[in-house]
Design a protein around this ligand. Sequence first.
Ligand code: HEC
Length: 231
Amino acid sequence: MRKFITSALVAAGLAATAATGAHASSGGGHLDIKTPDWSWQGIFGHFKEDQLQRGFKVYQKVCATCHNLKHLYYRNLEQIGLPESRVEEIAPGKPREHFQAGMAKSTAMATFNTVPPDLTLMAEARPGGPDYLYKFLLSFERREGHTKLYNKAFGNFVSMPRPTWAAASYANEPVEGTKEQKAEDVTAFLRWASEPNLEARHELGIKVILFLIVLSALFYALKRRIWADVH
Ligand code: HEC
């Protein structure tokens, strides 16, 4: 029986790992920036709605001039608690359409000689995931004799200017907090944007585990009944 329970637990563990997708991150430890404890990590992990809303405001004001989120629909914003009326304000008449932000290719080429990448999957795209993104946002530095800034996390000079954190606001609601806080919030928002259905997936994982536990208990009871007659 012990063996059976062990294998059931192993199966449950495997199911849980599969369900959460095990977002282990390597974090690129060479940088001296402490990364936050992200709220969504682990099987019971979940996004914090107020953080996502602040992060969205940061994105809107500080990143959207240059970067799009082409896989996200405006109506997805209702999932982070924005009322329909607000979504309508943000994207009049097109809540069912994909985000249309960022910079025209020609303008970007003329300005940066490169095109700012789409950010929908960025929080997962680089080794280190959200930790990398967070560090990238806080690692811009000027180096003597260069027009471009050096970014330690990126490991090179980068065409992106330093984010204008102070500008973060939406409809006369400034986003409060330090640049670290804003970097954390926008990273959380972008992590959510890369997978708006993460919470549903976690819930499913928990249900699978509960189901396996109940099933093991049932089998155990059944086994005892069958063997009770034999003994
Ligand atoms: C003024 C335009 C501009 C703004 C505003 C801007 N970026 Fe960028 N960003 C760029 C450009 C240009 C690049 C490409 C840099 C390169 O390849 O040298 C880039 C690259 C990036 C990258 C890719 C780094 C990598 O590993 O390749 C990330 C992530 C990023 N930006 C995030 C953001 C976030 C988040 C914000 C808002 C807080 C933001 N950017 C604001 C222009 C901008």
